[in-house]
Design a binder for this molecule. Structure first.
Ligand code: SAM
Length: 256
C-alpha cells in the first residue's frame, strides 16, 4: 500500500488540489517539519509543536468543514437525547459546530491557543453557541464529565506511546454509560503524525471498557476515501480497572 504521505492524506502533506490556507512555512524535509524534530521530547505530544503549525498556517488536516461521517451520523439520528459533547483536539472547531448546530451542548478542547482562538471566532461568526477551552486532554482532569466524546484525528495525531493515556483520558472525561463516537483513521503509517492504527488495535484498547453499538465506513473527504472507520461505543456499566489487580495485590501484602 502506498504511504499516506504519498497519497497526500492527513497531517503531513497538503494535497495539491486542496483549498487549504496559504502556507508561510511548509516542511521541506522530515527534519525541518514540525514532526517533533526541533522539539525536545520525541515521546509526547507537545503544545508548542501544534501551536507553531497553526501560526505557520501549516494545517493540512484543516478541511474547512466538519467530518462528513459526523454530519451523516447527526442527520441519521435526530432523536438522540441532546446531552453534552466533548471534542478533544478540536482544531478550529468544525466538528464542535456540527454538534452545536444539531442541538447538543458542545465543548471543544485543544492544546494549541491559536486553534482555540480561531474556533471561538468562527463559532461567533456562525452565530452558534459552543464553548472552547485550552486543555491537554491526555493529562488534565476533566472540567466536567460528558455524555459524549467525539474523536476525529486526535488519536492519530498523538504519539503512539501516548495511546494508553488517551484511553485513560476518555474514561476520565466521559460519564459512566457515556458514548464515544470515533472517526478512526486506518492508515499504515508509523512515521507520523498522523500515526496509523488498525481495527484490531482499536478493539483491543476500547472493548474492555466499551460495548460496540455500531461500526461502519463513513463518507469522507475525497483524499481519505476508504481510510476511515467509524466506531460508536457505549461505556460499560462496570469497566475493568487496570489498577484493580495492583491494589488487590498490595492489600494482600499489607494483610500478611
Ligand atoms: C490533526 S489536528 C486535528 C484537528 C481537528 N480534530 C480536525 O480534524 O480538524 C490535531 C489537533 O489535536 C490537538 N492536540 C494535540 N495533542 C493534544 C492534546 N494532548 N490535548 C488536546 N489537543 C491536542 C492539536 O493542537 C491539533 O489541533
Amino acid at each position: 500500500m502506498r504511504s499516506a504521505r504519498k497519497r497526500g492524506v492527513g497531517i503531513k502533506a497538503r494535497p495539491k488540489n486542496e483549498s487549504a490556507q496559504p502556507s508561510r512555512s511548509r516542511p521541506s524535509s522530515k527534519l525541518s517539519s514540525l514532526q517533533h524534530s526541533s522539539i525536545p521530547s520525541l515521546h509526547s505530544s507537545n503544545s508548542s509543536d501544534w501551536e507553531a503549525r497553526y501560526q505557520a498556517k501549516d494545517m493540512p488536516w484543516e478541511k474547512g468543514a466538519p467530518s462528513p461521517g459526523l454530519v451523516d451520523f447527526l442527520a441519521a439520528h435526530p432523536d438522540l437525547p441532546r446531552g453534552t459533547v466533548c471534542v478533544p483536539g478540536c482544531g478550529t472547531g468544525h466538528d464542535v459546530r456540527a454538534w452545536a448546530g444539531a442541538g447538543f451542548k458542545a465543548f471543544g478542547y485543544d492544546i494549541a491557543p491559536s486553534a482555540i482562538r480561531l474556533a471561538r471566532k468562527r463559532t461567533q461568526a456562525a452565530g452558534l453557541a459552543a464553548r472552547f477551552d485550552l486543555a491537554d486532554f491526555l493529562r488534565e482532569a476533566a472540567p466536567v464529565r460528558f455524555d459524549w466524546i467525539f474523536e476525529h484525528t486526535l488519536f492519530c495525531a498523538i504519539q503512539p506511546n501516548e495511546r494508553d493515556d488517551y484511553v485513560r483520558a476518555v474514561l476520565r472525561w466521559l460519564k459512566p454509560r457515556g458514548q464515544y463516537l470515533a472517526v478512526n483513521y486506518l492508515i499504515p503509517d508509523k512515521d507520523g503524525p498522523p500515526f496509523g492504527t488498525t481495527r484490531g488495535e482499536l478493539w483491543k484498547r476500547f472493548s474492555p471498557h466499551f460495548e460496540l453499538v455500531q461500526e461502519w465506513v463513513p463518507r469522507t473527504y475525497p483524499n481519505r476515501k476508504g481510510l476511515e472507520l467509524m466506531l460508536w461505543w457505549r461505556r460499560r456499566g462496570k469497566t475493568r480497572n487496570p489498577n484493580a489487580k495492583i491494589r488487590k495485590k498490595s492489600k494482600a501484602r499489607i494483610r500478611k
